[in-house]
Design a protein around this ligand. Structure first.
Ligand code: G3P
Length: 218
């Protein structure tokens, strides 16, 4: 399973890259706004800056909601850097844009997926990734991880190449559950990834090893 960082924060991306486990980055307009990135040129430059840090796919989202605008923006984004994946919302126009880009072999990430039917359509249109938002489903008492499991199963049955990119991942347990459900990718902030590292028995075990070593070597 691949680990993507869901942020536009360059420091966090650098930190995850240094950790050696980073496979890519996803962004969205809210995450860009959180970093205070505004204006077309600054936004485009920020995507290039992210690509310069991470080795792997970087999702950059279109703002347009009409087909013509999505195609225009998507072409501009994909032309920025070979690592860019064009992120397109799950709408009627979005499906058409994904199909268009699929014919041109431009990679896409279909975002704001909340149902198996949406995931089926995105795969039919040729999306490279689908992004089901599991945390937002959990927020309304729908099991987000179950949706991941269902999509993975559906794609296996019909041998779709589309990869399931679990998004809106909020905590470390989500990562584990998505891995068990067969997600190809999990995207989340750095904190839930770091949460996988620590265990009290690891800490205690290491302290004991070092104490025993010091007894004979000090
Ligand atoms: O990848 C989607 C993500 O950024 C949304 O997360 O926590 O706002 O549902 P959240």
């Amino acid at each position: 399973m691949k680990f993507f960082l869901d942020t536009a924060n360059l420091d966090q991306i650098r930190e995850a890259q240094e950790l050696g486990i980073l496979d890519g980055v996803t962004t969205n307009p809210s995450l860009m706004a959180r970093e205070g990135i505004s204006g077309r040129n600054n936004i485009l430059q920020h995507y290039i800056d992210i690509c310069d840090i991470v080795i792997g796919d970087v999702s950059a989202e279109v703002i347009a909601t009409d087909l013509e605008g999505m195609i225009r923006e998507g072409k501009e984004l994909s032309g920025l850097h070979p690592q860019i994946v064009v992120k397109i919302p799950m709408t009627r126009e979005g499906i058409m844009a994904i199909k268009h880009f699929s014919r041109l072999e431009i990679r896409t990430n279909c975002t704001l997926i909340f149902s198996i039917g949406q995931a089926l359509l995105a795969a039919k249109a040729g999306a490279t990734y689908v992004s089901p938002f599991i945390g937002r489903l959990d927020d309304i008492s729908v099991d987000g991880v179950e949706l991941i499991r269902s999509i993975v199963q559906l794609y296996r049955t019909y041998r779709f190449d589309t990869q399931v990119l679990a998004a809106s991942v909020r905590h470390s347990m989500h990562i584990i559950q998505c891995a068990e459900a067969g997600a190809h990718v999990v995207t989340c902030p750095l904190k839930p990834i770091l949460g996988l590292i620590d265990h009290p028995l690891t800490t205690a075990g290491l302290e004991k090893f070092l104490a025993d070593h010091r007894k004979l070597n000090s």
